[in-house]
Structures are given as structure tokens and as C-alpha cells.
Design a protein around this ligand. Sequence first.
Ligand SMILES: Nc1ncnc2c1ncn2[C@@H]1O[C@H](COP(=O)(O)OP(=O)(O)OP(=O)(O)O)[C@@H](O)[C@H]1O
Ligand SMILES: [Mg+2]
Length: 332
Amino acid sequence: MPQSKTHSPGQMVSPSTSVELQPRLTQSWFDSLPVKKRNQFLSNLTDAEAANLEYRWSWWARSKQIAPLGDWTTWLLLAGRGFGKTRTGAEWVRDQVENCGKRRVALVAATAADTRDVMVEGESGLLEICPPWNRPKYEPSKRRLTWPNGALATTYSADEPKRLRGPSHDCAWADELAAWRYDEAWDNLMLGLRLGTDPRAIVTTTPKPNKLVKSLVAEEGTVIVKGTTYENRQNLAERFFDKIIRRYEGTRLGRQELDAELLDDRPGALWNSVMLEDLRVKQHPELVRIVGAIDPAISNNEGSDEHGIIFGGKAAGKDGHLLHPGRSIDAR
Ligand SMILES: Nc1ncnc2c1ncn2[C@@H]1O[C@H](COP(=O)(O)OP(=O)(O)OP(=O)(O)O)[C@@H](O)[C@H]1O
Ligand SMILES: [Mg+2]
């Protein structure tokens, strides 16, 4: 049994969509069988059933790649490089179109080239993962994919946020959101996610601690799933691990890019979040002097930093405290 799809588009004989395998067929069920039964199961498959299995995501997916249950609006998949984020996004869109009645999908990546080359035409993109018997037709000049059932997906670039103002969708997929240049693209996408009774979005990205990612993490209605590069090891080239991954292991960049940690601390900062957490106190003593400091952003545009505002207080002895609403940090 192959670990991933091996076909080239158009190469396979289309089975009729009526070919169905047991609905609950999963790899863990298969793995639980004795070897003899497994071989029996595989050799009894007809060509059409084998094709069905090849494109059956519930068979190949790891549990973190299947949509969480519940009433979320945004499924935020924060995962390391090569985890299978794009594949998860594409498979989710396919499921929404094939099984959940979605008809107007928005596909958004950092640039127009990324949307086309990764989300649509990439190795984990929609044209590759959709089965030949239900593959959408891609019309690049119209920035559109059309499925046989009439569902449409439109491609957008997060570099052109204004194009997302106006169109409405019932389903959206945002890839590598942490690399988007304008927060406005996400805002416009969300404002247009209003068709049907259950509009939903998936965000697949390696995290960066920027304003947009942080606000999405904090948002009510977001369900977060985290994963590392290592979880998809069996589907990644050995060479990728030996040459690329090894180089970043144990580094700060590796924690972000492989382990998908949302790192807030600046390299070289005098104080890091662990040191500050260790010093946190619930109650500070009476302060004899309190001062405030402001580090204003000197510009006012999409890419501007936030204003920095901080208050610190001196207690009667030598202790100093940084103040936070409702909390303080003992800065002796
Ligand atoms: N559960 C799975 N079963 C089989 N193959 C998988 C599975 N998940 C991912 N893959 C494959 O692993 C490879 C990497 O997946 P993908 O491109 O989705 O990763 P990614 O996290 O988006 O990578 P990047 O960080 O480079 O954007 C692809 O060939 C994809 O088809
Ligand atoms: Mg990807």
C-alpha cells in the first residue's frame, strides 16, 4: 500500500462516483488487521475501489489533518514546514465542495503566484488532490476553478486586498497567512464570508508572531490545531530531513519553522518571556513612585509597529515592578 498518491493527473481510469467502500474504512482499522487479512483486503479490491481508496483522504490523513468537530468559524492550522498544511487545506476545500454543499470558495495566498503555484497547481494543491472523476476545471485568466457540480473557487492574492472587498463566499482557505503583507486582506475576506448557513474558513500557516496571527489566535470562533514537521516525516524526502531539517534543529528559527512555536521573544533581548513569567507576582507592595513610558510608532500605515506603552513602579525598598492591568512583574 503506497503512503501517498502516485498518479499523474488524467492517468487513471475514472471509477464511477457510485463506487463506495465501507464508510468507516481507515488506516488504523487496516493496521489492526492481521497481515493475512490485510493482503486479502488489498487483493480483493477492484480497480475502481483501489482508485477510490487512493483519493480517500480519511484513509491517508493523520487525525490533525481532519477538521475538528464543533461550531468554529476558523480552523487555524499552525504547523511546521512540510507538516502537510497545504494538503490539509486543499482536502478540506474538496470535502466542503463534495460533501458540504459549498458553492463559492475563496482561495487566498500571500501572492498571486503562490495561490496559483501552491494552492491550485502545487504538489498538494487542488488539481493534484481532487480525483480525476471530480476534478475542477481551472481557468487561470478568470482566476477560477469550476467543479462538475457547479461549485466555484476564485483565486486571490493577499497583496491585492481590495479585490476581496465585494465578493461573498461560503468557504475560504487562507494559506501561509503569517506571510501576508496586508491585514486588510484577511479583514475583507472575513467580511465577505457570509454566504449560506455555515460559512467557514481554514487557515494553514507556519506561525510568525505578527499582529494578524496573534489576533486570530485570540479570536473567539477560532479552533487551533498545532503540529510539527516531524509528524509528516514518512511523506517527506529523507534528504530534506538530513540536509535541511538537521541544520535548523535546536535553533530559534527551527522552533518556529519546524515546531511551529509562536515565538514572541526577540533574539538578544535582555529580558525574555520565561524570565518575566518567573518574576510575576499576584500582588505588588505599595508603590512610592510610578512612571509611564511611551515608544510611539513613527509611521501610520499597514506595516507600522504598534505603540509601546509601559508603566513601572518603585516600592519603598529596592523593588521595582512593571505594571500590567490586574498583574505586575517583580523586577528586582
Ligand atoms: N497524511 C498524508 N498522507 C500522505 N501524504 C501526505 C500527507 N500529508 C501530507 N502529505 C504529503 O506531504 C508533502 C508535504 O505536504 P504539504 O505540501 O501539504 O506541506 P506544507 O506543510 O504545506 O509544506 P510547506 O511548509 O513547504 O508549505 C506533500 O507531498 C503532501 O501530499
Ligand atoms: Mg504549504
